[in-house]
Design a protein around this ligand. Sequence first.
Ligand code: NIG
Ligand code: FE
Length: 415
Amino acid sequence: MTKRTLIGPFKQIIPMTGLALKGAISDRELEVIAEGGILFENNLILATGNFDDLKSEHPDANIQLLKGNHVCLPGFVDAHTHICFGGSRAKDYAMRNAGKSYLEIANAGGGIWDTVTETRKASIEELTKNTIKRANRHLKNGTTTLEVKSGYGLTVDEELKMLRAIKEANEKALPELISTCLAAHMLPKDFEGTEKEYLKMICEELFPILKEENLTHRIDAFIEESAFSTDDIQAYFSIAHDMNFDITVHADQFSTSGSKVAVNHNAISADHLEASTDTEIALLANSDTIAVALPGASIGLGCDFTPARKLLDAGAALAIASDHNPGSAPMGDLLTQASILGTFEKLTNAEVLAGITFRAAAALKLEDRGKLEAGLLADLAVFHSDNYQDILYNQGNLKPCMIWKNGELVFDRHK
Ligand code: NIG
Ligand code: FE
């Protein structure tokens, strides 16, 4: 049975419509619907507009009447996380703050490898449970779609365990989870062979199972001096491409070269980019690859932010994601991080909000969300306010009061 719902009146709806996918956006370009309503049927938006007009045009709709001041945005999309993991790296964080670098800790046996050890020890049930718990916390902060990577298993079986846990978590978690295979996160210390041999094994033994079990359609790799080189990854990405996987890259985090690999392989996104120079910025701006800034990693590691302003001014599409992971980005609060990136990089409200809505959806190749318009998913983040500017102004401290996912009210702070 179809169910038509009209929700409102909102003081402001920010539908994020009519904005370009690439380049700078001024706040003047943001459409603001005053005294707005959103009409949806089942999981899809039918119309947005003036609440009273929609009410008289659709007298049959079930009305969800709001009292007080509310602002509505599209539910946020977090296009890069590693929330499926075992253990904690609080010790690494303390060591970094006491003067050791991320790479020094990794080389001394800590870092990603520590999380690999803890994740391998965890059962699939534990991983599933923890992933659901973390995903639901993200939902309460406004995120209705969340990408989740493997990459702490680093054997065929352990990567499968992670991806099966993410698939299972997606059945039960409130946000939708989009999985990505990051078996190319680092060369596992217990693998007897070279980087190329490890990647060949992953292609031959893991990729076919990913297809068979429908575990993911996305392949990621960490291109870095401590992980995989441009040369190591050529064959890996070519095979992934031939098997119809979408490609995404951990690029230019500490040293450059990853963004070039991303553009050459037509990657959907190149993520991190803290070390990108004008050369990489120009390369990304002239490509279809979405640039994804991860301010949570800069805040977690105490290093430079992605040059977001320069990327936008050069004409790149900029998304912003949390990178929530136990090592470099333990906070996992997208709105706080995006707001802070905005202050340091001088981004307009429109650019920050685009970075966590429709531009982030594009980083996952999702065309059905990230804006509030007819035909798209009824995923809504609602805040108590009469002015959308309050959201970034409060730097994450103004939390959503209601979240709608696929047309269902899945979170109500007052209940
Ligand atoms: O995106 N840079 C590589 N991977 C993750 C960190 C993973 C970890 O430290 O556990 C990142 O920052
Ligand atoms: Fe990451």
